[in-house]
Unconditional design. Structure first.
Length: 107
């Protein structure tokens, strides 16, 4: 993925799990559905430093099951990838984060 498609100050959600994942930012937005093998980059173009996210999985034929509801920090000098995958023993959806920080500028 080109770095312009995943800029600093954004989150890239990547679904490696067998289920669709729903990600909802804040109370007033519609959830974004990430089918297996899909990605979605969330950018926030305002002055917020924190955004509340609700993340759920949607097993086939079942109602969405909340994985996590939490506040994510937003800073203009880092970007974060969030991976979803099936846990090897439980089979339940797991998530991991990978943060990339902007190199320090030399003065």
């Amino acid at each position: 993925m080109a770095s312009s498609a995943f800029p600093y100050g954004s989150y890239n959600f990547v679904n490696f799990s067998d289920d669709a994942i729903l990600v909802q930012g804040g109370d007033k937005t519609r959830p974004v559905r990430l089918d297996p093998g899909k990605t979605h980059v969330f950018t926030f173009n305002d002055d917020r430093r924190v955004v509340t996210l609700r993340i759920a999985d949607t097993p086939d034929g079942q109602s969405p099951r909340l994985i996590r509801q939490t506040n994510f920090s937003i800073t203009p000098d880092w970007r974060e990838m969030v991976f979803f995958f099936n846990g090897p023993q439980s089979g339940r959806i797991r998530m991991r984060h990978l943060v990339d920080t902007m190199p320090a500028r030399e003065e």
